[in-house]
Design a protein. Structure first.
Lengths: 160, 144
């Protein structure tokens, strides 16, 4: 049983630990103490009941039982257990919230959310037609209409 | 025939506030938050405190429905094939299995099924979300 837990969470931040900084790892971490900073991992992050975390987390899977402040982003799922206290913005493919969890913040959950991550898209998870903020101005939009500057050039050419 | 017990209203506040029937249920006014007892079969009442009309019916939505606002002291159930578009939804409890686009304020628990899709802000004391639901909006869950 202990071996199984060790395999899943080779990294453990103990209950008397107080970590301040940036943390990245491969498999998983179990947070039992205090953490402040940033976590980046493709694996799992497990925040236990007694843990207090103030961090931005990017992970494969995040489970919260304790107190968390910061932005959470998960490629797979975020689980807020009954004892969880969470404040911040949340992005995930799947969200599971047990009754009794307390949280507040912007929630964006859906299968498309993670694909759009990094492109700066803030549109709804299932809407694929909205233009991205980085789209060059003047190029035809997704609906086929030309942007203003290009159409202005065409008009100027026609006038000449 | 079931006996209906009538209690006497308190002398200091005759006819206001004190529940009169024990076979009823207690509801909270959507507008003034005051509790009052109403008959189990009552569908609408006028609040004894703010005199506003209150809808007590439970809503079971199975198809597309667009409203400006849904305000009820009962529960709202949006079925798998149901779609609700509204500016706001105030209710005692909410279960979503279909699609909902509204700002939600629930006095009780909100249950979100796997098939649910909610766009809008949600404020509720408790929420249970199943994996697979699509959510977008600002959430404020908890008593504070």
């Amino acid at each position: 049983m202990a071996d199984h837990a060790d395999n899943e969470f080779p990294t453990v931040l103990g209950p008397d630990a107080n970590f301040n900084g940036e943390l990245s790892f491969e498999k998983g971490v179990r947070l039992q103490g205090r953490f402040q900073g940033k976590i980046t991992t493709p694996g799992r992050v497990y925040v236990t009941k007694e843990a207090k975390m103030q961090a931005d987390v990017e992970a494969g899977c995040i489970t919260v039982e304790g107190e968390v402040k910061g932005n959470l982003s998960a490629n797979d799922r975020i689980e807020l257990k009954q004892t969880a206290r969470y404040e911040g913005d949340l992005r995930a493919c799947k969200l599971v919230v047990d009754e009794g969890a307390v949280f507040s913040g912007q929630v964006t959950v859906g299968p498309e959310v993670v694909k759009n991550r990094g492109t700066g898209v803030t549109t709804s998870p299932r809407s694929g037609t909205a233009p991205t903020p980085g789209q060059p101005v003047g190029k035809p939009g997704p609906d086929g209409h030309a942007g203003a500057p290009e159409s202005g050039e065409r008009l100027a050419k026609a006038a000449r | 025939m079931p006996a209906v017990k009538h209690s006497v209203a308190s002398p200091g506040d005759p006819g206001r506030g004190a529940p009169s029937r024990t076979d009823g249920k207690v509801i909270l006014c959507t507008y003034c938050d005051q509790p009052q007892e109403v008959g189990r079969k009552a569908q609408t009442i006028t609040c004894r405190f703010c005199y506003k009309r209150l809808n007590l019916e439970d809503a079971h939505i199975k198809q597309y429905e667009a409203h400006r606002a849904i305000e009820t002291c009962g529960s709202v159930l949006i079925d798998k094939k149901g779609t609700v578009v509204a500016e706001r939804l105030h209710c005692a409890s909410l279960t979503v299995r279909g699609k909902l686009k509204a700002n939600v304020i629930s006095r009780g628990a909100v249950q979100v099924a796997t098939t649910a899709e909610i766009r809008g802000d949600v404020a509720a004391p408790r929420i249970a979300i199943d994996a697979g639901a699509v959510l977008e909006g600002r959430y404020h869950i908890g008593s504070a």
